[in-house]
Design a protein around this ligand. Structure first.
Ligand SMILES: Cc1ncc(C[n+]2csc(CCOP(=O)(O)OP(=O)(O)O)c2C)c(N)n1
Ligand SMILES: [Mg+2]
Length: 534
């Protein structure tokens, strides 16, 4: 193929590697990257802020399993996308940010968009951040990023390309590497699987913890999780990210209640705990210790997780799907339950009652929505009380369908991430859940959602304040300070953007509004206050 400016070649290269959409904002510095977008047949989603573009790329990646790619300008564009990159790092999401950068920074001060060290700044929130100093280096870095997304724990990457290089003519990129990159840790030692199977068969009260690594391991994981319980007699918890792996009413399931303090008592009763694809991080447990007293087996693709403080006696570096399928090969076809299902049901009911008492008014809304929502709905939630409760009591019918800014915990995630998710799954239902304060971090992306004509319900949980923070201050005996903000008229704001708005007054009206929004020609802001529950 003939030479083209490098900026255009990069878009062609991404298209040839299976990328279909870029999220971003153009500027004079990175405009050469836009030259190739149309030409290569890529779609481009224009965000209203680079933070939005980054979260859209994140949501797109979580919903599609493919990398999310964002184009941003030098300096402020890169700074604005750093928060989403930090979020993608903590939640292991494959996001690739490509930015322009200045040709010369050390000897020339005062240039447009100049900052001291852009490459290093991004490096603080990414797996890596590198400057390409030639076309060949840009191509190599792109292939390295894409390869690493599948070959090991997915983490965001940043590549910056000097403006003059983007403008200069470059040879075509090399052909894509043949075949898939093998997932690391794929081949498991059969001896290790036999050892785990023997321990599981011998155990009197075995317990599984299924995490996000298992939910993300592809199709068949729900069946695998159920079979692991059925064929070993074990009980199981899911982490928030593993939600949906076990049916809400599965008799041996303790649900997604690992973060309840009392789950430690269940853990202490287990003589064997097998944790698959979970970091067992602060965000999973809300305590420092898991609480187990018996043997702990960790299975994870990431050596850093295996070596952590939880004192696992057996550590297996493996992909969750390989491990689950391999272990099933070593288990009998059936086993009698080793836990009392009535006791598990009582524990689940107690966990649910505690959750309801902690943040009242949310469980009934979740219950009504759970009963009525379409099977393949995907949720993107923000840092709001509605989501904290929802993630515990509302197990979606499918794993990997509830996405939350778990690790970094960034307010403003939900709307742009939901937009990215909806772009990834056209024609399938996506629900956005945000709080009244967090929504205002990125609410300008309503414009993007309207422009794309997305049938996106936005459930805005408006308790009129930063309620989680107020509750926390009260618990710490701090007189609540700066936890009430003057809110706009959210429905009017949504309509001003060209979106629809609904203000339901009862729970059935909330359900009807969400279902109606899936059929609309634009997003619908559904303004819900705690009064709706009664
Ligand atoms: C970027 C960022 N800044 C600050 C916080 C701290 N924070 C967490 S929740 C919260 C208040 C959220 O209020 P709202 O969205 O109304 O949700 P509610 O707790 O009221 O349901 C704040 C300020 C954060 N998580 N992220
Ligand atoms: Mg609030």
């Amino acid at each position: 193929m003939s030479k083209r400016p490098l900026g255009a070649q990069i878009s062609h290269m991404l298209k040839s590697r299976g990328i279909d959409v870029i999220f971003g904002i153009p500027g004079v510095h990175n405009q050469e990257m836009y030259r190739g977008i149309e030409e290569a047949g890529l779609a481009h989603v224009l965000a209203r802020h680079e933070q939005g573009a980054g979260f859209m790329a994140d949501g797109y990646a979580r919903a599609s399993g493919k990398p999310g790619v964002a184009y941003v300008i030098t300096g402020p564009g890169l700074c604005n996308i750093m928060t989403p990159l930090g979020q993608a790092y903590s939640d292991s999401v494959p996001v690739l940010a490509i930015s322009s950068c200045l040709d010369e920074t050390a000897a020339q001060r005062g240039q447009l968009h100049q900052m001291l060290d852009q490459e290093a700044a991004a490096g603080c929130v990414c797996d890596w951040s590198h400057e390409a100093r030639s076309a060949g280096a840009a191509y190599a870095l792109i292939d390295r990023a894409l390869g690493e997304f599948t070959a090991r724990r997915a983490r965001p990457k940043h590549i910056q390309v000097p403006i003059a290089l983007l403008e200069g003519l470059a040879e075509a990129p090399p052909d894509a590497l043949p075949g898939d990159h093998p997932a690391s840790g794929g081949a498991l030692d059969p001896g290790a699987l036999e050892e785990v199977a023997a321990a599981l068969t011998k155990a009197e009260t075995p317990l599984f913890i299924f995490g996000g690594g298992m939910a993300a391991a592809g199709s068949g994981m729900q069946e695998a999780a159920r079979a692991l319980l059925d064929r070993s007699g074990a009980a199981g918890f899911t982490t928030y990210a593993g939600g949906g792996l076990l049916a809400p009413d599965a008799p041996m399931s303790f649900g997604s209640y690992l973060g309840r303090p009392d789950s430690a008592r269940v853990l202490a009763r287990a003589d064997l705990v097998i944790a698959i694809g979970t970091e067992l991080s602060e965000n999973d447990l809300w305590r420092s210790e898991l609480g187990h007293e018996g043997t702990l087996i960790r299975v994870d693709i990431d050596p850093e997780v295996l070596a952590d403080r939880h004192r696992a006696q057996i550590r297996l570096r493996a992909d969750a799907a390989c491990f689950a399928r391999g272990l099933l090969d070593h288990l009998p076809q059936e086993a009698s339950p080793k836990w009392d299902p009535a006791r598990i049901a009582r524990a689940r009911a107690a966990f649910r009652a505690e959750t309801d008492a902690e943040r009242p008014g949310i469980v009934p809304v979740c219950a009504a929505l759970q009963a009525a929502m379409p099977e393949d709905m995907m949720v993107f939630s923000d840092m709001t009380q509605f989501a904290y409760t929802g993630k515990e009591v509302w197990d979606l019918p499918r794993p990997g369908h509830w996405h939350h800014p778990t690790g970094f915990g960034t307010l403003g995630y939900a709307l742009p991430a939901a937009i990215g998710g909806a772009v990834a799954r056209p024609g399938r239902p996506t629900l956005c859940i945000a709080g009244d304060y967090g929504f205002q971090y990125t609410m300008q992306e309503l414009g993007t959602a309207v422009e794309l004509g997305l049938p996106l319900p936005i459930l805005l949980w408006d308790n009129g304040k930063l309620k989680e923070i107020e509750d926390s201050m009260v618990r710490a005996q701090i007189a609540p300070k700066s936890v009430v903000a003057k809110n706009p008229d959210f429905a009017a704001l949504a309509r001003a953007y060209g979106a629809h708005a609904e203000v339901p007054e009862t729970i059935p009206e909330v359900v009807a509004a969400v279902l109606g929004a899936f059929e609309a020609d634009a997003p619908t802001l559904i303004h819900v206050t705690p009064g709706v529950a009664g």
